[in-house]
Every structure is written in structure tokens, then in C-alpha cells.
Design a protein around this ligand. Structure first.
Ligand SMILES: Cc1cc2nc3c(=O)[nH]c(=O)nc-3n(C[C@H](O)[C@H](O)[C@H](O)COP(=O)(O)OP(=O)(O)OC[C@H]3O[C@@H](n4cnc5c(N)ncnc54)[C@H](O)[C@@H]3O)c2cc1C
Length: 412
């Protein structure tokens, strides 16, 4: 039966589309069904809080492939369709159009969804989250009309949206529970850079604050109430308090789930015919020596290629150094590596931190480089990743000295 050879991908965003591409590139000539809940062609999300939100990038630029690519590559793309359940014993999935599709192998690329702010008033008109292109369109329109914007959460999305809101001319207040922005990812030393950046651009940053209510007037947002009784007036509230992986299908299918869908280094789940990649996957990372879930673009771009090879029966071990990037105002940064919150001994800076042109390195107590972040310094990702990958101790003074080539610290 034709269905027995079908490779089915649940989730048609970056990871899903890249998996379909890699299956064809890997010589798979069976049926590929790519099922996506959204009505849009698979697209990339980073521009939604940057160029696209700022009106600098056109809609056509966000798509992973043009529409014709799916037909040319014989990928059965079913948009606006949700996989409602997976039946591993039957090797089949149920779709919300009432149909069932059999599979030989299944890839879960269901991604993640914004964590919801559950406070009174949380669903008032004017409270917005940013995940989809229509969210970005709605926020763009709201920012154009807003005079005051409150951003709840000083993570990457919150800060990027704050920058966009300032560029749109609104007054912006960022409300963050922790003492600093991005504290869990960057630690204190480097987080300070983002405090200075946003204060320099006129953002009112409030730390250590708890949002208890979204206040409304006439069914619309009027502001944010804090636990200390203060009210922050706002006609738009944008919530960016993290994401949760879409593991519902995996859970009900009885797969092992812990934070994300637990997969090995070959991206295989606890069911040998079901794989996971992208934001939803908690994959064993050989370099880091544990399972990690990476909620970033580069992972959704590259991990599905490994998953596809694995689905095609090749021996694969996905061990790329985690990487992400952000753009805020005139600051561009890239980060390579992985550090647990407070899981480092020291941060070493190379370059001009006050001028926001530097590289920061996170070191373990034995001197190994765990991660590096280049800020407005370019073409160093390869060297930083080499340092991380080498696992060798590095002398902090050499690392801090811009006249010591990074290459020389890894022996080439
Ligand atoms: C606004 C924004 C800005 C970002 N900026 C950056 C950045 O600057 N740098 C960076 O490194 N990363 C960034 N990211 C993160 C990056 O976009 C994600 O890591 C990436 O989108 C993950 O891709 P994915 O395909 O795994 O999941 P997703 O993009 O979440 O896609 C999953 C898809 O699966 C669909 N789906 C879910 N369940 C089902 C189901 N049951 N049936 C069918 N379809 C289903 C969803 O509708 C969705 O379309 C950003 C994310 C956002 C939202």
C-alpha cells in the first residue's frame, strides 16, 4: 500500500519545511505529507519581531520556499490542517478534516506556543502575543496607532518588540520579574549591556516587578497593574514571557516527553518510527552531554536535516553548537554555545563593551569556553564555535586581548 511508505511531517514551519527538503535531497522518492495548522506557506519567524515588524522586509522574504517548490518536489502540503492525534500502533495520524493518514515514519515538528499570562484582564482587546505572521501584522498596526506600549517580559522577543515600538515612536515600558533582562541566558555581566542599550533609546525598564492585572476601559486595555499597586498606563500590552513546546500529540501518543519530545542524538523518540526536531525536541546533545531543547532558528534550520537522514536509515549524531542571533536598534549579536543559568565561573570581555562592539566569553571553572557572544563584531562565529567545541581550557587574559587571534587559542 502506498501509505506504508509515506513519511509524514506534523508542523509546517521552518523545521517541517526543511525536513521535507532534506528528505528529497537525501533521495527519498516516496510520498511526503507535510501538515500545518497555519494557513500560511512555511515561513521563518525571526523577521516577525525585526525587519518585517519594522516594515523593512516584504512578506515574500519570510517564506522558506515559494509555493511552487512544494509541487516541484512532490511534497503534499496540507495547510490549515491540524494533526489531532497520533496512533503509533496503527502507524497513522488523525487530521481535523476527519481523515486519517498512514505513515512509515513520522516527524514531529510542531514547534512551540507563547506562554500565556494568566492574570485578570489577560484577554482584553489590546493584549498581544507574537508568534505568527498575523500576530506581527496586528502588532505593527497597533504600534503605529499607540502612544504608550507596555511590554511584559524582557526576553529576546520582548526586547526586540520594545525596540520596534520605540522606532514606531511610542513610549515604551518594559516590565520584568527578574533583576535584569535575559538574566537566565546571559547572566548579570552581559545582561547589563541590554539595560544600557534600551535606556539609551528611551525605554523605561522596570525590574523585579510582578504584573497582577491588565486594567481595561470599555473592553480595551488601559494599562498594567503591578503587585506593588502601581499602574503603568498603556494602550497596547505585548506579552513575551517565553514559550512552551507543543508536546500534546506526543504525550497522548505515549511518547517520552520531558520539557520537549525526548529524542536521542539521531532525533529518534521513544518510538523508533517517530522523530522530532526544532523547538519541540529535547534532544540528547553529545557535546553538552545531556538533553537540551533549543528554541532558536538555527536549530530549526539544521536539526531537521539530521532527522531526515536518520529517518532514511543513516547513522546520525546531531551535535552542532547551539547558535542564535538578535537585532535591536543598531545592535546585532550572535551567540554560540550553551550555558545553564548561573552555570559559568566568569565572563571575559574582548573589545569595547561601553561602545557595544565586543565579544563576551562564558568560561567554566576549569577554563573551558562554554559560549561566546559577538556584539557588532562579525565573522567570528566559526572561531567562537571552535573554541566551544575544543573543550580545552583557555587563558582568560589571552581571550580578553584583541591582539591575540582567536584561531591561535584553539591551535588553528
Ligand atoms: C517573533 C519571533 C522572533 C524570533 N527571532 C529569533 C531570532 O532572532 N533568532 C533565533 O535564533 N530564533 C528566533 N526565533 C525562534 C525561531 O523562530 C524558532 O526557533 C523557530 O520558529 C522554530 O521552528 P519550528 O519549525 O521548530 O517551530 P514553529 O516555528 O513553532 O512551527 C511549528 C508549526 O507547527 C504547527 N503545528 C503545531 N501543532 C500542530 C499540529 N498538531 N498539526 C499541524 N500543525 C501543527 C504550528 O502551527 C506551527 O506552524 C523567533 C521566534 C519568534 C516567534
Amino acid at each position: 500500500m502506498a501509505q506504508d511508505t509515506t513519511y509524514l511531517v506534523a508542523g509546517a514551519s521552518l523545521a517541517g519545511a526543511k525536513a521535507a527538503e532534506a528528505l528529497r535531497a537525501g533521495g527519498f522518492d516516496g510520498q511526503i505529507v507535510l501538515v500545518g495548522a497555519e494557513n500560511e506557506l512555511p515561513y521563518e519567524r525571526p523577521p516577525l519581531s525585526k525587519g518585517y515588524l519594522l516594515g523593512k522586509a516584504a512578506r515574500e522574504t519570510i517564506y522558506v520556499h515559494p509555493r511552487q517548490w512544494y509541487a516541484d518536489n512532490d511534497v503534499d502540503l496540507r495547510l490549515g490542517t491540524t494533526v489531532t492525534s497520533v496512533e503509533p500502533a496503527e502507524h497513522a495520524v488523525a487530521l481535523d478534516d476527519g481523515s486519517r493518514v498512514g505513515y512509515a515514519k513520522l516527524l514531529l515538528a510542531t514547534g512551540s506556543s507563547p506562554r500565556q499570562l494568566s492574570v485578570p484582564g489577560g484577554s482584553l482587546e489590546g493584549v498581544r502575543y507574537l508568534r505568527t505572521v498575523s500576530d506581527s501584522d496586528a502588532i505593527k498596526a497597533a504600534l503605529a496607532a499607540a502612544s504608550s506600549v507596555a511590554v511584559v517580559g524582557a526576553g529576546w522577543i520582548g526586547l526586540e518588540v520594545a525596540a520596534a515600538a520605540r522606532q514606531a515612536g511610542a513610549q515604551v515600558t518594559v516590565l520584568e520579574m527578574a533583576d535584569l533582562p535575559l538574566l537566565r541566558v546571559l547572566g548579570r555581566e552581559a545582561a547589563e549591556v541590554f539595560v544600557a542599550l534600551h535606556r539609551d533609546h528611551g525605554v523605561d525598564l522596570r525590574f523585579g516587578v510582578h504584573v497582577t492585572e491588565i486594567a481595561g476601559a470599555g473592553g480595551r486595555v488601559a494599562g498594567v497593574r503591578l503587585a506593588d499597586g502601581r499602574d503603568i498606563p498603556a494602550d497596547v500590552v505585548i506579552v513575551g514571557i517565553g514559550i512552551v513546546p507543543n508536546t500534546g500529540l506526543a504525550k497522548t501518543a505515549g511518547l517520552e516527553v520531558e520539557d520537549g519530545v525526548r529524542v536521542d542524538a539521531a532525533l529518534r523518540s521513544s518510538d523508533p518510527d517517530i522523530y522530532a526536531a526544532g523547538d519541540v525536541a529535547s534532544a540528547y546533545h553529545p557535546l553538552i552531554g545531556k538533553h537540551i531543547r533549543v528554541e532558536h532558528w538555527a536549530n530549526a534550520l539544521n536539526q531537521p536535516q539530521a532527522a531526515a537522514q536518520s529517518m532514511l536509515g543513516q547513522d546520525v549524531s546531531y551535535d552542532r553548537v547551539p547558535y542564535f542571533f538578535s537585532d535591536q536598534y543598531d545592535l546585532g549579536m550572535e551567540y554560540s554555545g550553551y550555558v545553564e543559568p548561573e552555570g559559568y565561573a566568569q565572563v571575559v570581555f574582548r573589545g569595547d563593551v561601553a561602545g557595544r562592539e565586543f565579544i563576551a566569553f562564558w568560561l567554566a571553572d576549569d577554563g573551558r569556553v562554554l559560549a561566546g557572544m559577538n556584539v557588532n563584531v562579525w565573522d567570528v562565529t566559526e572561531q567562537i564555535q571552535k573554541l566551544v567545541r575544543s573543550g580545552e581550557p583557555v587563558e582568560p587574559t589571552a581571550l580578553a586581548d584583541p591582539s591575540t587571534p582567536l584561531e591561535s587559542l584553539t591551535g588553528g
